[in-house]
Design a protein around this ligand. Structure first.
Ligand code: PPS
Length: 329
């Protein structure tokens, strides 16, 4: 992360240093999430650490740079995996850009994380193409502005049963202790609340992951949107890497496709995170981001009744769309 700070103009260094310091606190034990409160914008509740004011500033004031790539994902659907694939597609063949892109503090590029002032840093990152991340619903992203700058959006899809189990294990983390009334650490309670839309995950009351997909699905036939499916990436990573590179208009030879597939496999990424190989890997390790990386492990947690309940809720929400999910490979 120091390499990122060093790459910025002097007047931007102090705010970047504060961002890096927050990241380091998070990796240790000293960061006090309990003191952080939910915020709200346009009826959407933002879970602490995501900040409504930052999202609002991003919508109203941030000017996307030409050819920006936005990775739009609901939590636990493969964000960090896909971000790493995109990073390697864009910068894997350039040592300097590769090193710098690895050194970016993870929340820097998310439209809704940390303080709004961090948005002023984005244009100064000395990389040729901006890759931004967001868990925001479509309504809270200034998509028209992005399109005018030839921006592209990659939307992630993962089956909601594996997503729910992943979200459950993630929220058992101490960082969520202040939210136990809303996000239970008991699986049965957790799941019941989740599918009723009671978790404040940048959602309105009653909403959860299918609602996020519904929002972005409005644009599904547009040329600048790609829906990428977690299970397809597991089944045939090389095919999906080619599809993604093609969408991003980057040419990759077979050797690079195969090397990206190998180095972004779950085992390789977990090994890198465990070894703390790059700064962001340490963050992933401290938050246990690399848990199982499988398709179908929801079967170890869901009862038959819970699975059927989720199916029926999803049918009600998405039955009129062509969105469907792969629950086993
Ligand atoms: S977050 O916190 O919202 O940013 O989490 P996110 O990165 O979206 O999703 C975390 C899940 O993705 C799995 N993961 C992977 N799966 C396969 N291959 C690779 N390389 C990979 N990297 C991360 C991660 O293990 C989480 O899923 P679960 O089911 O919990 O293991």
């Amino acid at each position: 992360m120091e390499q990122f700070v060093a790459s910025l103009p002097d007047e931007k260094k102090p705010i970047a240093q504060q961002l890096v310091a927050t990241m380091k606190e998070m990796m240790g034990q000293s960061f006090d999430f309990k003191s952080m409160k939910c915020s709200e914008w346009k009826g959407y509740r933002f879970i602490p650490f995501f900040q409504a004011e930052t999202a609002r500033r991003a919508f109203e004031n941030y000017e996307f740079e030409e050819n920006t790539i936005l990775l739009a994902s609901y939590p636990k659907t493969g964000t960090n995996w896909t971000a790493e694939v995109i990073r390697q597609i864009l910068y894997g063949d350039n040592e300097r850009f590769s090193a710098l892109s690895k050194a970016l503090p993870p929340p820097l590029t998310a439209l809704e994380i940390w303080r709004p002032e961090k948005l002023d840093l984005l244009e100064h990152i000395p990389l040729p193409r901006r890759v931004l991340l967001t868990h925001l619903p479509e309504e809270l992203v200034n998509y028209e502005k992005l399109k005018k700058k030839n921006g592209k959006v990659v939307v992630l899809v993962r089956n909601p049963k594996d997503q729910a189990v992943s979200w459950f294990h993630f929220t058992k983390n101490r960082h969520f202790d202040g939210l136990r009334d809303e996000i239970s650490s008991d699986w049965n309670q957790f799941l019941s609340d989740y599918v009723q839309g009671k978790h404040p995950m940048i959602t309105k009351p009653g909403q959860w992951y299918p609602d996020f997909l519904l929002g972005w699905n409005k644009h599904k036939d547009e040329d600048n949107i790609l829906f990428l499916v977690f299970e397809d990436m597991k089944r045939d990573p090389q095919k999906e890497i080619r599809r993604l590179a093609n969408f991003l208009e980057v040419e990759l030879n077979n050797e690079r496709v195969s090397s990206i597939a190998q180095s972004t496999s779950f085992d390789s990424m977990k090994k890198a995170a465990d070894a703390g190989a790059v700064d962001s890997a340490q963050v992933h390790k401290s938050l246990n981001m690399m848990r199982k990386g499988q398709v179908g492990s929801w079967k170890d947690s869901f009862t038959v009744a819970q699975s059927e309940l989720m199916d029926s809720i999803i049918e009600k929400k998405l039955g009129d769309t062509d969105i469907n999910f792969t629950y086993v490979l």
